[in-house]
Design a protein around this ligand. Structure first.
Ligand SMILES: [Zn+2]
Length: 209
């Protein structure tokens, strides 16, 4: 519980404002039409607007171990390397080099890549959600059996096409790609539309209380 409070405080959320946030972030998410999740939810009519009120995010995992701080939020920013103003499509979570990255939501590894600005990267598909993890340790290798992310000293061998449950250790925080310090750059895309990951984290924390 203190850990969750710390994480909420980093996101600029006080415990007292949580009720307000539950309502506002729920409405925000409902605007993205979470149709596939409706079977898992019950709905309430509030102010003539249908909003999800239960358990959707309960089995989702916080995406990194040994979390230290949110170092860059979703939205416009001055890029720390290039100095240009540009949109930051993810949330940056600082953690010591080598900290394990955990899969946010059960799904299939649909893409692995390395040697781009994103560094060593994993993309996982969970229904209409795509989640992307950048700047990881290790590299991607082509084998006769397919493509695999290899970080042997971390015990990581993650294959394209592999199914991974929520909370599984899928990689470690590294310094690959364009980065000034060890952190996980985490992106969430719903039906092709980028979502602020902080909005989803607030929902997850709200449901753990
Ligand atoms: Zn980032």
């Amino acid at each position: 519980m203190p850990v969750l409070n710390n994480k909420l405080n980093y996101l600029g959320v006080s415990f007292k404002s949580l009720c307000f946030l539950i309502v506002t972030s729920t409405i925000l998410l409902s605007d993205f039409n979470l149709i596939e999740l409706k079977s898992q939810q019950t709905f309430a009519q509030t102010n003539q607007k249908t909003i999800p009120v239960t358990n959707t995010w309960k089995s989702a995992s916080f995406p990194v171990e040994n979390f230290q701080a949110y170092t860059s939020l979703f939205g416009y920013r001055i890029h720390p390397v290039s100095g240009d103003k540009q949109f930051h499509y993810g949330l940056d979570l600082a953690a010591p080099l080598g900290s394990y990255v955990r899969n946010w939501w059960g799904g299939t590894v649909v893409s692995l890549s390395d040697h781009t600005g994103c560094g060593t990267m994993i993309q996982i598909q969970s229904g209409s959600w795509t989640h992307k993890y950048c700047h990881l340790m290790g590299s991607v290798q082509n084998t006769p059996q397919g493509r695999v992310l290899v970080d042997s000293s971390g015990g990581i061998y993650l294959w394209e096409g592999q199914q991974v449950p929520a909370g599984a250790r899928i990689a470690r925080v590294g310094m690959t790609g364009r980065t000034t310090g060890p952190h996980l750059h985490w992106e969430l895309i719903y039906n092709g539309q980028y979502i602020d990951p902080a909005t989803v984290l607030r929902q997850m924390f709200a449901q753990q209380i």
